[in-house]
Design a protein around this ligand. Structure first.
Ligand SMILES: *[C@@H]1O[C@H](CO)[C@@H](O)[C@H](O)[C@H]1NC(C)=O
Length: 408
């Protein structure tokens, strides 16, 4: 604190005596330090990951979530009261799947003890890469997902975000899927490619509530092209509330094994070994919290129901699929890939999939979605297909290469 104050005063003095630009830079330096202090809580241990990340083991009760005024006196839930039951396709293994061995890179160099949570440390460079300090860790409001049935051309051109998704509308209390993991190429650092599950509530206007979980490649957010496990939430259509991972107060983590924002390894290879991760998000009907589970039984934590308006009831739409940013910087469609970078027609081992796609219904049971529909803005750039079979239940293939002879 003392150091920070000294710096603040120093910056003020600088501002008085120096040119405006220098003054601005000094002020920014102080802001960056303040933010770093807010993100990076005192830890009991730090682990250096081979990808350059530092993972801090932070005592559960010290996590940033509790900085939120409304969560100051929050009674932390160490386990959900309720876990939805239903179909379990996990037990039906296909020989070419190796989803058991998937992990996070930092595990190679250590682990966090029970009672602590692994937190990816935010570095100065991470904040400086953001277009402004206050935008670090947030999506732009342009990220608003199109309501598939009402999307218009002007909306597409306006925001440059492109989707290839399967979706259902109704009243849902959770969603599940096993997601194939890839490393799509990103044309330029301000674009990204992600694959995720969305749980949405509200109208598709300024009050949209969203919970998102999946993997992403986002050079601006993380400083590299690694595939990372991530979450996002917002209660006002990406405006003032919400963030990625633990970069604002919101998601409360209880698990000591999985770090939000950390790199996933290994990654699927075209025509080679396929790796996938299972995600389940569900609402605790008693407490109203939205829980998230990774893999078979690793309960990561929860979003308190009080963060949301519509989602304090049910989700009204669930989506599974991919999203990329097409900034079309050179006047052509981006070459940023979605999924594996290959179209759904190519099938298993080549195109990226979601399998075991399920919903939690009004009776809190997992079930296969009935009226699943698909949506993509430009099927020649990124496409999506759905199907069903005994081994995979309900499944989706999605993705594409972006720019190609049919997508300019
Ligand atoms: C990410 O990949 C792109 C090519 O797809 C490359 O130009 C860029 O330098 C890479 N960025 C980093 C930070 O490694």
């Amino acid at each position: 604190m003392a150091v920070l104050n000294l710096f603040s005063r120093f910056a003020v003095v600088l501002c008085l005596v120096m040119a405006a630009r220098v003054c601005h830079a000094a002020g920014n330096g102080v802001q960056v330090m303040k933010h770093l202090k807010r993100f990076n809580k005192p830890s009991v241990k730090s682990i250096k990951s081979p990808d350059g990340d530092i993972i801090d083991c932070v005592p559960i009760s010290n996590q940033a979530a509790f900085d939120h005024p409304s969560l100051k006196n929050h009674q932390i839930q160490m386990k959900p009261n309720f876990h939805p039951e239903g179909m379990n396709y996990e037990s039906m293994k296909v020989s070419s799947e190796k989803h058991e061995s998937i992990t996070q890179l930092w595990h190679l160099n250590g682990n966090c003890a029970k009672g602590t949570i692994p937190v990816r440390r935010t570095k100065k460079e991470d904040i400086l890469r953001a277009s402004s300090i206050n935008k670090y860790g947030k999506k732009t409001s342009q990220s608003i997902v199109a309501h598939p049935s009402s999307v218009g051309l002007d909306l597409i051109n306006q925001n440059g975000h492109q989707h290839a998704i399967a979706y259902v509308e109704g009243e849902f209390y959770g969603a599940k899927a096993t997601m194939n993991v890839w490393d799509p190429k990103i044309q330029q650092s301000n674009e990204f490619s992600l694959s995720q599950i969305w749980l949405l509530g509200g109208s598709f206007a300024s009050d949209l509530n969203s919970i998102e979980v999946g993997w992403q490649v986002s050079p601006d957010l993380y400083g590299d092209n690694n595939t990372r496990f991530f979450t996002y939430w917002t209660s006002d259509a990406y405006q003032a509330t919400g963030c990625y991972n633990l970069l604002c107060s919101g998601f409360i983590q209880i698990n000591n094994e999985i770090a939000l924002g950390a790199s996933i390894s290994p990654i699927s290879k075209y025509h080679g070994s396929q790796y996938d991760i299972s995600i389940l998000v569900w609402k605790d009907p008693e407490q109203g919290n939205w829980w998230m589970q990774f893999g078979n039984g690793k309960v990561l934590g929860y979003w308190p129901g009080s963060l949301f308006s519509y989602l304090s009831g049910s989700a009204t739409m669930v989506q599974w699929g991919g999203e990329v940013v097409n900034s079309a910087s050179d006047g052509q469609h981006t070459t940023t890939q979605m999924g594996s970078g290959h179209f759904p027609e190519e099938g298993f081992g080549k195109s990226s999939y979601f399998r075991n796609v399920q919903l939690v219904d009004g009776s809190n049971s997992l079930r296969v979605p009935k009226n699943i529909e698909t949506f993509t803005e430009e099927p020649n750039c990124y496409d999506v297909q759905t199907g069903k079979n005994d081994a995979w239940g309900s499944y989706i293939f999605y993705g594409g290469p972006g720019r190609n002879p049919n997508c300019q």
